[in-house]
Design a protein around this ligand. Structure first.
Ligand code: NDP
Length: 789
């Protein structure tokens, strides 16, 4: 045994193991991890799977794999518990959430050790990061429960929520999902990952301890098949998922047309950008927290390090030096930096990607740390010599390995940062405040950390852009994922008649004087349909004209035109408001002509009233352009945490047949006010009104390509737009069948889709306008700025 004098000489770490006696006794008492259904722990009916400690390969327990009958029982219990739970005053639910937080805090040590043994993460992280955040989440949401009636008036809970969580932060993901759902008054059926079921069972025991009413929380253990059963169950009203983008896509397709609200928190390949004026030592420590934290098994890990060329050699030298001191080993040892990978399967997946990186020509720099002889351990490190197109630069490795690239200019850094199908997070390192703010605005990421990384808080919305998913967890935005505006009566919308009566576009020279043929409006110009065809439009008194029959090519052209008009998102909100006011002025000048056109459709019972409502709607959204702004969120660390409402880019809008002018304006205005460009498909049965609108647009100051109008078969165009990768979000107001079609067609790039198959009264401002439209026209970017530290 070394003497103190020896230790003072070498400064070697001694062993510092955390005790496991309490957890070992608990495991001995629970050799089978059961489900938690209706407040009880019934004997599992289905097969069992082994739960291993990935650091030792020891079997910790067996876990039940939920059967169809068990999912059914859990869902039934949640449904039965919903009326009472949702009817409780917010204060009563706040007390339960507060009790959960308190009991979790009292068990922090037990739960930290349990989590570490189950997942392989270091005790330092489960004790100092996971558990405090878990408790914070329940406290924060106890607050939302308390304030529900005043902060979310005219909102109601959704019903029964299905929640499927991954293995990388088992208890934290459970807290992220359960706390807002319960605070809002929903009941839950939750499935943990089969690799890490233990802390969810311990949490279920806490639910019993605090006297949570039976059925409010149900936990069905199991694998992907159990998850699929929950996702497909007809009694689930909302599905919340965290995991891989591949499974996210499956769930998008599986829930299409079911009416289930969906939120997806998926993978990432997040940039970690180091400018030459950064504090390099701080940035190196940042890398430790970005990619070696939690063994790199973090969806928002800073896994793509981008370094400005001038400092790259110095930065890599410092990073290599820092790597020498990384300690990899027994995760229960309090001095370890990196623990075990969650399973041998995940380790093999990481190894395969490492080999692929080397095969593609990159160099792997590995930490010199010796790995334990037993268990699923992986050497942390980083690649140099990677190119943007390499597999390891594009694919989520989900292990302790970063790729690196260099850049010369800030613009190049932004291009590289955004060269990914994902958009979860970004870290930006620079001492130049102008630069960091500029780059924060340009990166496509739902969370941006300035001179920091991997910061989380229950009050700060977390979630992705692009294929990293949609929906936010945490804060006010996270609560809204578990609430809906109070129900309005809305009958299913009938699908318009098909097939359309198609004829060649009449030639101007031969058409009769009264004939009206509406063209498409693309890139600020009237355009003939690619097919050269038009369709007959019926009005109050028979055929009233023809409209261009747009096809896939026209839809693609419109998206391209919208992409070119990206300057719209960059102009000030004040200027956007001015353009919208001018639009109202021009529409008012054409009052007689437009009301006559509305009257001719036969679809507008009160054309004057529809026009007046349209003018008011333009004013309302012009007013909102500079008022629907973000917030500064109170997080628990020394940061100003901004939540900024950013436009998506190109938003596709598919319009219904009712109130053809007002519904079209009600859908494009919020998108425009928030800085999006729009590709709109006008009412299939009443498309001529689109022609009236583009005549107004032509005389307004709207830049070319900001609004593009298509006419034709609604669902066919909707499908093309839903599948288009450059359409960032889509709104569909059509038939219930169309809802299913666009939701499943959007699974490719996982764009957020707002699809509604029920009628709205567009003349009623409570239904036809509001903050809900503006929220749907934006995606939150959460920016963490150091402040007052
Ligand atoms: P998955 O996406 O497969 O697992 C996440 C959760 O979904 C688990 O509870 C899983 O169950 C469940 N699940 C799997 N298939 C289905 C299905 N068809 N329907 C419903 N639920 C399902 O992730 P993996 O565990 O396979 O990890 C693979 C990769 O995914 C990782 O290497 C990483 O790249 C990424 N990942 C990303 C995470 C993130 O936080 N964004 C988290 C985890 C993984 P079970 O595990 O029990 O089979």
């Amino acid at each position: 045994m070394p003497t103190i004098q020896d230790i003072m000489q070498t400064m070697e770490y001694g062993p510092a193991p955390e005790g496991t006696a309490e957890v070992t006794a608990w495991l001995a008492a629970h050799p089978v991890i059961p489900h938690y259904i209706n407040g009880k722990f019934p004997k599992p009916e289905g097969p069992l799977a082994e739960v291993l400690n990935p650091a030792t390969d020891a079997v910790l327990a067996q876990v039940a794999l939920g059967t169809e009958a068990e999912v059914e029982a859990a869902t039934r219990a949640a449904r039965a518990a919903f009326p009472k739970w949702s009817a409780l005053p917010g204060h009563a639910r706040a007390q339960y959430l507060y009790a959960l937080a308190r009991h979790i805090q009292k068990r922090e040590r037990f739960l930290s050790v349990l989590e570490t043994m189950d997942n392989g993460k270091t005790i330092r992280e489960s004790r100092d990061i996971d558990l405090p955040l878990v408790a914070r989440h329940f406290y924060h949401h106890a607050g939302w429960a308390e304030l529900l009636e005043t902060e979310f008036p005219a909102h109601q809970p959704l019903g029964v929520c299905g929640q499927i969580i991954p293995w990388n932060f088992p208890l934290l993901m459970l807290a992220w999902k359960l706390a807002p759902a319960l605070a809002a008054g929903n009941t839950v059926v939750l499935k943990p990952a089969d690799l890490t079921p233990l802390s969810a069972f311990a949490f279920a025991q806490i639910c019993v301890e605090v006297g949570l009413p039976p059925g409010v929380v149900n936990i069905v253990q199991g694998d992907g098949a159990t998850g699929a059963r929950i996702a497909g169950h007809p009694q689930i009203d909302k599905l919340a998922f965290t995991g891989s983008t591949e499974v996210g896509r499956i769930l998008r397709r599986q829930t299409a047309g079911s009416g289930k609200k969906l939120s997806l928190e998926l993978g990432g390949k997040s940039p970690f950008i180091v400018f030459e004026d950064a504090d390099l030592d701080a940035a190196v420590e940042g890398v430790v927290d970005a990619i070696w934290f939690n063994q790199g098994e973090v969806c928002c890990a800073g896994s793509r390090i981008l370094v400005q060329e001038g400092v790259a050699p110095r930065f890599f030298a410092k990073l290599t030096a820092r790597m020498q001191t990384l300690r990899v080993g027994d995760p229960l040892d309090k001095t370890m930096d990196v623990g075990a990978i969650v399973s041998r399967k995940q380790l093999a997946r990481i190894d395969a990607l490492l080999q692929q990186g080397v095969a593609e020509g990159a160099t792997f720099h590995r930490a010199p740390a010796a790995l334990p002889a037993q268990g699923a351990f992986c050497t942390p490190g980083f690649f140099t010599g990677t190119a943007p197109a390499h597999t390891v630069s594009q694919t989520e490795i989900f292990g302790p390995v970063a790729t690196t690239l260099t850049f010369r200019t800030p613009d190049e850094a932004v291009t590289l940062a955004n060269d990914s199908r994902y958009g979860l997070s970004a870290s930006i390192w620079s001492e130049n405040v102008t630069r960091v703010i500029d780059i924060a605005a340009k990166v496509k990421a739902g969370v941006v950390w300035i001179n920091a990384t991997n910061l989380f808080d229950a009050g700060a919305p977390f979630g992705g852009f692009r294929e990293s998913g949609f929906g936010r967890e945490g804060g006010r935005a996270g609560m809204l994922e578990y609430l809906a505006p109070k129900a309005r009566p809305g009958k299913p919308r009938p699908a318009p008649a098909l097939p359309l009566t198609v004829a060649p576009c009449p030639d101007a020279a031969t058409r009769p004087a009264i004939d009206i043929t509406a063209k498409l409006y693309i890139g600020g110009k009237q355009a003939r349909a690619d097919s050269g065809q038009s369709y007959t439009v019926l009005g109050r008194a028979g055929a009233i004209g023809q409209a261009a029959l747009a096809n896939r090519k026209d839809a693609r052209n419109a998206v391209e035109a919208a992409a070119k008009a990206s300057g719209w998102g960059g102009i000030t909100a004040h200027n956007r408001a001015q353009v919208l006011y001018f639009l109202a002025e021009n529409l008012a000048q054409r009052r007689d002509e437009v009301t006559a056109a509305l009257a001719a459709t036969g679809a507008s019972p009160k054309p004057e009233a529809e026009l007046d409502a349209s003018l008011r709607r333009i004013f309302w959204y012009a007013a909102q352009a500079d008022k629907f702004d973000g917030a500064v969120t109170a997080t628990k660390s020394n940061h100003v945490t901004l939540t900024v409402n950013e436009p998506f880019g190109t938003l596709a809008v598919i319009c219904p047949d009712e109130a053809p002018l007002l519904s079209l304006l009600s859908l494009i205005l919020p998108a425009l006010a928030m800085g999006n460009r729009v590709v709109a498909v006008a009412a299939q049965s009443h498309p001529l009104i689109a022609a009236k609108l583009y005549q107004v647009l032509e005389t307004s100051d709207l830049p070319a390509g900001v609004v593009n109008l298509l006419t034709g078969e609604r669902d066919a165009l909707a499908k093309t737009l839903a599948e288009h990768d450059d359409v960032a979000a889509l709104w569909y107001h059509g038939s219930p069948d169309g809802v299913a079609l666009v939701e499943s067609s959007s699974a490719g790039n996982l764009k957020p889709v707002w699809a509604e198959g029920t009628l709205r009264d567009w003349l009623d401002p409570a239904q036809g306008q509001g903050a809900d439209f503006l929220r749907r026209a934006t995606q939150i970017k959460t920016i963490w700025l150091p402040y007052g530290a």
